[in-house]
Ligand binder design. Structure first.
Ligand SMILES: [Zn+2]
Length: 641
């Protein structure tokens, strides 16, 4: 049990931006921070952190709370566990009564598995540094491989003694239940007693994002033909190998900082790269890369660079797995190490400076890499070449955005010496198949009633920005926007908003909003002041109800503008900024809607092989992107929601 004063101390110390920022990339936006929600799948950020209020909130899935809540949700921890984690981060001593055997039994199963895992980590570390066997066998191995002590400590590596039940026996003696030792996979049930899974191996703990050990990888040191070189923890309630990446805990800050993640194969590759000064590196540790792992990286950066050992045979097999990364819309690059080298060996062979330079100079875009690699093999073999083309086409077709797809098609047509049009046709065939496939994947049984989707699903992207514009018009329309010497030139908030929207020829999608705006527009152009009462008491019930809603205090607390509670308090004082921001937000939402429509037209044009149309649409797209860039410049580099 943690006492109340300690809890308060922990929560007072916890800085929500720091806490959340350790797990995902946050960008500043005005007084708040914004990022892609880690709790649901989204492409545009709706996850907001308010440092002044000390809480986070996702407008996509609704999850919200303080630092402790974030840790609980994110790391699947209990409240006390989350508090302890925060206490550790902020060096706050947690005074708790010593756990007795009974206490350990009382904890729920998941917690128990985590506790056992942490205990094992401590034991293995103790073995490595403080026992004769650990030092002469385990530590000697790491030293021979040239690893520094600080790296071993950073990754909390350890050693499991060679006696078949050394760990299991000690754990039982220390009060840990046999059941949990087996469920974590640390021990194996024998006929009459339990044995260690990892005996005689150096141990690599696999940490969660917050540094909690979830599982282990163990490398055998004896040359034993029967034993596997590496053994990993089996799947358990806490360890799911497809969801975690080795080294992510030690890498996540560097990944955000460098906006890039290197992917290698093995535990020692990760350690070696850290020693070479490259800390933004993770390993999928033996398994083929999964979509969940890609999403985990994507939370921190869209840029991934995969290091390949310098042997051609292994590469081709690995290439297929990379389509998963492309599907997530990430930028994939490849570095091929020199013949016969792996990242571990090569980073040690050359100086750090040479290694960094090598990575920089040899980074190649994935599609380009794949085309060139396969082309060298297939150059004179028409059948191989046909297979190769269909292979490349498959990779291009999984890329979610049309623009990079067309760029790749252009480029590959050069490398593969194939007519661009043929590639377009092939890609389109696959896209069409995929669309049909997606539709038939989950057929709705006929007996089920058709439930109308909630209206919120159909809201255009500009739903909230339209409402915010109307709210500002209703609430502050007649307030002076810019100081002016005489009454004649007085510009009101309504004048400003109307002018901005009309001059860019933008419209409201929401009919009610459009009606209200039309009245403001009319009055503003006549030099009249619009009275908000006319809307609240309007004969059209939709207008009166929306106006009342927007003018009520509860509106600020609902939905998207909740994060702007700081605005509510000081809205009058910062009115000019708020109105300016709202107009920019409105414009950028409208531009994004146009861009999306353009994208769809582009796909159609690509499908119809209309090159002229494609060029024309790409030009339009560029213009819109430039307009967006202009808006973000006006926002002073702040990111729009
Ligand atoms: Zn969410």
């Amino acid at each position: 049990m943690i006492d109340r004063p300690t809890i308060d101390r922990i929560l007072d110390a916890a800085n929500i931006v720091d806490v959340v920022g350790e797990f995902m990339q946050l960008k500043r936006r005005g007084a708040n921070y914004l990022g892609l929600c880690p709790f649901h799948n989204e492409k545009t950020p709706s996850f907001t952190v308010s440092p002044s209020k000390g809480f986070f909130k996702c407008f996509g899935c609704g999850v919200a709370g303080d630092s402790a809540k974030f840790i609980m949700e994110h790391e699947h921890l209990s409240y006390p566990e989350a508090l302890k984690l925060l206490a550790k981060k902020y060096n706050i001593e947690v005074i708790e009564k010593e756990q007795t055997k009974e206490d350990i039994e009382k904890q729920n199963e998941r917690e128990s598995l985590l506790v056992v895992s942490s205990y094992a980590l401590r034991q293995f570390s103790e073995n490595l540094f403080n026992t004769d066997e650990g030092i002469s066998v385990g530590l000697a191995y790491f030293k021979e491989r040239g690893f520094r002590q600080e790296t071993l400590k950073k990754f909390e590596v350890g050693y499991s003694l060679s006696k078949r039940d050394a760990f299991s026996k000690k754990a039982l003696d220390d009060g840990y239940k046999q059941d949990f030792l087996i469920k974590t996979g640390l021990s194996i049930q024998g006929d009459d007693r339990i044995f260690d899974r990892f005996s005689g191996r150096v141990m690599f703990p696999i940490h969660s994002l917050s540094g909690q050990p979830l599982g282990f990888g163990g490398r055998i040191l004896k040359t034993d033909a029967k034993a596997a070189k590496y053994v990993n923890s089996p799947e358990s309630d806490i360890y799911h190998k497809s969801r975690i990446l080795y080294g992510i805990f030690q890498a996540r800050k560097a990944i955000t900082r460098d906006d890039k993640c290197y992917l290698v194969e093995g535990y020692t590759d990760v350690l070696s790269l850290h020693e070479a000064g490259i800390e933004n590196v993770v390993a999928s540790s033996g398994t083929a890369l999964t979509q969940e792992q890609v999403k985990l990286i994507k939370r921190f950066t869209p840029n991934i660079t995969i290091l390949f050992d310098g042997d051609q045979a292994g590469i081709k097999a690995s290439l297929k797995g990379i389509d998963i990364v492309l599907e997530e819309g990430m930028n994939v690059k490849i570095v091929l190490l020199p013949d016969g080298e792996d990242p571990d060996a090569y980073s040690k062979k050359v100086s750090n400076e040479e290694f960094h330079r090598f990575l920089r100079d040899n980074e190649t875009d994935f599609i380009r890499f794949k085309s060139k690699l396969l082309m060298t093999e297939a150059a004179n073999d028409p059948i191989m070449k046909a297979n190769l083309i269909s292979d490349i086409v498959k990779s291009i077709a999984v890329i979610p955005e049309a623009i990079p797809r067309t760029v790749y098609i252009k480029e590959c047509s050069g490398i593969l010496e194939v007519n661009e049009q043929i590639l377009y046709n092939e890609v389109n065939k696959l896209l069409t198949q995929k669309r049909i496939g997606d539709k038939t994947k989950f057929p709705v049984p006929e007996s089920l009633p058709v439930v109308p989707k909630p209206a919120i699903k159909h809201e255009p992207a500009s739903f909230y920005s339209e409402r915010e514009i109307i709210r500002l018009l209703l609430k502050f329309g007649s307030v002076e926007f810019e100081q002016s010497a005489n009454e004649e030139d007085k510009i009101t908030v309504a004048d400003y908003i109307v002018r901005e929207i009309v001059s860019d020829e933008l419209d409201f999608d929401d009919i009610v909003c459009a009606k209200i705006f039309a009245d403001f527009k009319f009055n503003s152009e006549q030099g009249l002041i619009t009275n908000d009462k006319q809307f609240v008491q309007h004969e059209d019930p939709q207008i009166s109800s929306l106006s009342a809603d927007l003018l009520s205090d509860t509106y600020e607390l609902s939905k998207i503008w909740e994060v702007k509670q700081t605005y509510v308090e000081t809205e009058d004082m910062k009115l000019k900024d708020i109105v300016g921001d709202a107009v920019l937000k409105f414009k950028s939402d409208k531009i994004n809607i146009l861009r999306k429509a353009l994208m769809m037209q582009l796909e159609e044009a690509v499908k119809a092989n209309n090159q002229e149309k494609i060029n024309q649409l790409q030009r339009k797209y560029t213009t819109l992107s430039a307009a967006l860039g202009e808006i973000s410049k006006q926002l002073g580099g702040r990111i729009l929601l």
